[in-house]
Ligand binder design. Structure first.
Ligand code: ZN
Length: 55
């Protein structure tokens, strides 16, 4: 049962680090988030739309 503990390690949450218990846990969750969902683009190419498409 989760009693409002840290989602990373399950320890009691510290008010200053909510919803985590400490900085390392918040950091770890951020890393996971960045690795998983934060994808800008597959090819990483930003096309210049101001260029004429037909040359
Ligand atoms: Zn934690």
């Amino acid at each position: 049962m989760t009693k409002g503990g840290c989602p990373i390690c399950g320890k009691p949450v510290a008010a200053s680090y909510r919803p985590f218990c400490s900085v390392p846990c918040a950091d770890l969750d951020l890393q996971r988030w960045l690795d998983g969902d934060y994808v800008i683009s597959d090819n990483g190419v930003i096309e210049d739309v101001s260029k004429p498409a037909d040359r």
